[in-house]
Design a protein around this ligand. Structure first.
Ligand code: NAD
Length: 305
């Protein structure tokens, strides 16, 4: 535990924010949480944390304000709305945005926060719900080296691979690359599963042997059960991956580099969303391959394993 950090506010207690807040409370930090929906607060309170009635109340005496909400407009609202973090937190507080949002929005918000005397890190994460639950996230951090060192003990509580990747916004750029790699992998795995099933191969056995060779990946390890049992409860929602594919394709365009595979997968993610699968886990890209192959789409959304 860091001696200068005792009180933590966590804004956003969804699939990722809730288990992260619980780990911080279990590590001995004094954690106060707030979410627009009351759902995620119970595990934090059970772990000894406190529930706030607004983000202003949650951040009032916090040394560190953590944010874990869906998208750029949500982070903007949390920070800059009336009664938001920038108007309510104490001077010098360290803001850590764990959400995956646009790098340019991050840079803007970090500048605005610095102008008001706050410190700011972008710290998007990878590792999925399992990574959040097991405190095994990869955390890619943008901001000053000094703020990174101050935050490191806290980040080590929720993450296993915690790396400072550059100045403000860099964490978000690395996360955009992460999402390109993950989406392409899930799409390839989905196509392989449908291909194997078309030949009547024992798909479970096939994925076991593929997992031990060069085709093995964390995506295969973490998503094969969803695909085999057609269980697409999130996890990571297709809607959120659609947001991330928008971030990486437009950032690549602005940089003048080509991401042709990324652009194709972005279309397939968008198509899954348009077909009504936005609230399913991203492993449900498999259903898109079923649609393209003229197969009936599987409907189960419950985890069986
Ligand atoms: P989620 O939808 O489960 O949770 C987000 C929470 O934020 C919701 O409970 C919502 O009510 C709350 N919220 C939104 N606006 C708010 C506001 N103004 N004030 C207070 N609370 C607010 O989403 P998630 O899956 O936890 O994802 C959060 C972020 O983490 C996203 O940017 C996502 O891309 C990223 N991420 C998710 C995963 C994953 O596997 N789920 C993995 C890595 C990164």
């Amino acid at each position: 535990m860091s001696p200068s950090i005792q009180k933590i506010a966590m804004i956003g207690l969804g699939i990722m924010g809730s288990p992260m807040a619980v780990h911080l409370a279990n590590a001995g930090y004094d954690v106060t949480g707030f979410d627009l929906s009351p759902q995620g607060i119970e595990p934090l309170v059970d772990a000894g944390g406190r529930a706030a009635g607004s983000s202003a109340e949650a951040v009032a005496d916090a040394d560190v304000v953590c944010i874990m909400v869906p998208d750029s407009p949500d982070v903007k609202a949390v920070l800059t709305d009336e009664g938001g973090v920038l108007a309510s937190a104490k001077a010098g507080a360290l803001i850590i945005d764990f959400s995956s949002i646009r790098p340019d929005v991050t840079a803007e918000l970090a500048q605005q926060a610095a102008g008001l005397g706050f410190r700011y890190l972008d710290a998007p994460v990878s590792g999925g719900e399992a990574g959040a639950k097991n405190a095994a996230l990869s955390i890619m951090v943008g901001g000053s080296g000094e703020d990174f060192e101050a935050a490191k003990p806290l980040l080590d509580v929720v993450g296993k691979t915690v790396v400072h990747v550059g100045p403000s916004g860099s964490g978000q750029t690395v996360k955009a690359a992460n999402q390109l790699i993950v989406a392409a992998n899930i799409q390839a795995l989905s196509e392989a599963v449908i291909f194997l099933e078309a030949y009547g191969v024992d798909t479970k056995a096939a994925l076991e042997v593929l997992g031990g060779g060069l085709a093995g990946s964390k995506v295969l390890d973490q998503k094969k059960a969803n695909m085999l049992s057609r269980s697409f409860e999130p996890g990571f929602r297709i809607d959120l991956h659609h947001k991330d594919m928008g971030i990486v394709t437009s950032a690549a365009r602005e940089a003048g580099v080509a991401v042709p595979l990324g652009a194709l997968v972005a279309q397939l993610v968008g198509s899954a969303r348009a077909a009504g699968d936005g609230n399913l886990d991203h492993s449900a890209l498999l259903r898109g391959v079923e649609r393209l192959s003229g197969l009936a789409t599987s409907t189960s959304t419950t985890k069986e394993n």
